[in-house]
Design a protein around this ligand. Structure first.
Ligand code: ZN
Length: 253
């Protein structure tokens, strides 16, 4: 094991106040494409519209049908499964080391892996609500009626996903910032920190160790204690390897 991994391992072992800030790179190994990467969604037009335009509040209200065609073709991965990265984070929570995960992802995979304390800055494809009466619809229910996503009350059913032109949820922001401000270790994983305002949250960190695990360079690399330009799943898996014994003991006794 190299020095960087050894150090990461020691930092994780020593702390019970670790917060993760995650982005698309955590889910690419679950075969969910990264929106903003060169090969990702944003590089392709759809029916002559830019994806940023389609995923906006105005577009959703005006062309709901085309929005949903795009949304279900490109943004919803109903059968995606959590990968090594999600599972490692869940185990840290069960070991009492993880305080929270703050994620920019909308895929629900942290929760599917079993992590409990997740703050979703951009919402979740798993929740949908009628805009008029606020009735809840599951993803499965919405898929059945996606060609006519209208509630029994006549209102339009909208995913609980933050679209362009829409603000982030204030309660989620408050909780996420509180966790970041009070964290001892902040691990930024799978995000290039280019999506605002979410990315600016990381600048509130004033704890001991900032760790960055992301395939590409990020604007905060120079401020981090440790930087890994590698797969999140591989790094976490390797760093946590011999902590599993402790975990299994906790689980079985
Ligand atoms: Zn309704």
């Amino acid at each position: 094991m190299n020095n960087k991994l050894q150090l990461l391992k020691e930092i994780i072992k020593s702390s019970d106040n670790i917060v993760f800030f995650t982005g698309a790179g955590v889910s690419t190994e679950s075969n969910i494409p990264d929106f903003r990467s060169a090969t990702g969604l944003y590089s392709n037009k759809y029916n002559n519209y830019r994806p940023e335009e389609i995923i906006s509040h105005t577009f959703f209200m005006k062309k709901t049908k085309m929005f949903y065609d795009y949304y279900f073709a490109k943004m919803v991965y109903k059968d995606a499964l959590p990968n090594k990265a999600h599972h490692a984070i869940t185990k840290l929570e069960k070991l009492g080391k993880l305080k929270a995960v703050i994620t920019q992802n909308i895929d629900n995979l942290h929760q599917t892996a079993g992590t409990k304390n997740v703050y979703e800055l951009h919402g979740s494809v798993k929740r949908n609500y009628c805009m008029k009466c606020h009735k809840f619809y599951s993803l499965e229910e919405l898929i059945k009626i996606k060609n006519h996503p209208i509630c029994s009350c006549g209102g339009i059913i909208k995913p609980d996903v933050v679209l362009y032109e829409e603000p982030l949820d204030e309660e989620v922001i408050d909780n996420a910032l509180e966790k970041i401000i009070n964290a001892e270790v902040l691990i930024v994983a799978g995000t290039s920190l280019t999506v605002q305002p979410a990315a600016s949250f990381v600048s509130y960190f004033r704890g001991k160790y900032l760790i960055i695990i992301n395939k590409e360079v990020t604007p905060l690399d120079n401020y981090a204690t440790l930087v890994f330009h590698e797969s999140v799943g591989e790094v976490l898996d390797e760093a946590l390897k011999d902590m599993w014994g402790q975990y299994d003991n906790n689980m079985h006794h």
